[in-house]
Design a protein around this ligand. Structure first.
Ligand code: ADP
Ligand code: 5GP
Length: 199
C-alpha cells in the first residue's frame, strides 16, 4: 500500500535530551528521516554543516523567509532557526516519516499548516536537572545557558497544544516511549480505512 509518510514534531527545552532520545529511538530505522534545519547560530565544537544544521548567515535566512522556502521559522535566544519546506514535502510524498526537532513557536506554525502532524514534547525531570545537563554538555556559554533556562520556563507554560509528553528521566525509557508513540500513530484507524475496504 502506497501511503504518505507522517510528520512528527519533537520539542522541549534545549538540554532536555531531545537529540539523545531521538537518535536512540530511530537508530537503524530506515522508515524515519530527520529534517536538518537551517540556523544563524554558530556551530558548536564537533557540529558539522549539513549534519546537525545548515549554518547560514542572517542575510541568507531573510532571503529564505522572503522566498517562502521555510515550512516554519522562529527566533530562539538571539538566533534564527527554520525548517526547509521542500525536503519535508518530498520525503512525506516518498512515504517516509519525517521528524523535526523544533521549538514551541515553530511547532505552533506546523500545527496550523499541517494539523495531521503529531506533536511530542520532551521534558526534563526538573529545571534543576535541565541546568545540570546544559552545564554537563559543556557546549554553551554562561549567557547562553541563562537564556535557555529562561526560555525553558516559558516553553513549559506554552506547550499546552502538544499531543504527547515524555519525561526524559532515563534515555532508554524515554526512547522506548517515543518508539511506542510512532508505532501507535501508524495504527490509526482512519489511515487504514481504504485498505480495509479493498480487502
Ligand atoms: P537537546 O537536544 O534537548 O538540547 P541533548 O540531547 O544535547 O539535549 O542532551 C543534553 C545533555 O543531557 C547531553 O549531555 C546528554 O548526554 C544529557 N542527557 C540526555 N538525556 C539524559 C538523561 N535521561 N539522563 C542524563 N543525562 C541526559
Ligand atoms: P540548539 O541551538 O540547542 O541546537 O537549538 C535551540 C532550539 O532551537 C531547540 O529548542 C531546537 O528544538 C530549536 N530548533 C532547531 N531547529 C529549529 C527549526 O528549524 N525551527 C524552529 N522553530 N526551532 C528549531
Amino acid at each position: 500500500m502506497n501511503k504518505k509518510g507522517k510528520l512528527f514534531v519533537i520539542s522541549g527545552p534545549s538540554g532536555a535530551g531531545k537529540s539523545t532520545v531521538v537518535s536512540r529511538a530511530i537508530e537503524g530505522r530506515e522508515d524515519i528521516c530527520f529534517s536538518t534545519s537551517v540556523t544563524t547560530r554558530a556551530p558548536r565544537p564537533g557540529e558539522v554543516d549539513g549534519r546537525e544544521y545548515f549554518f547560514i548567515s542572517f542575510e541568507r535566512f531573510r532571503e529564505m523567509v522572503e522566498h517562502d522556502e521555510l515550512l516554519e521559522h522562529a527566533e530562539y535566544v538571539a538566533n534564527r532557526y527554520g525548517t526547509p519546506r521542500s525536503y519535508v514535502n518530498q520525503r512525506l510524498e516518498d512515504g517516509l516519516n519525517v521528524l523535526l526537532d523544533i521549538e514551541v513557536q515553530g511547532a505552533r506554525q506546523v500545527r496550523k499548516k499541517m494539523p495531521e502532524a503529531v506533536l511530542i514534547f520532551i521534558a526534563p525531570p526538573s529545571l534543576e536537572e535541565l541546568e545540570r545537563r546544559l552545564r554537563g554538555r559543556g557546549t554553551d556559554t554562561e549567557a547562553a545557558i541563562e537564556g535557555r533556562l529562561i526560555r525553558a520556563r516559558q516553553e513549559f507554560q506554552e506547550a499546552d497544544f502538544y499531543d504527547y509528553l515524555i519525561v526524559n528521566d532515563d534515555v532508554d525509557r524515554a526512547a522506548a516511549k517515543l518508539s511506542s508513540i510512532i508505532e501507535a500513530e501508524h495504527c490509526r484507524f482512519e489511515d487504514w480505512a481504504v485498505w480495509l475496504k479493498s480487502n
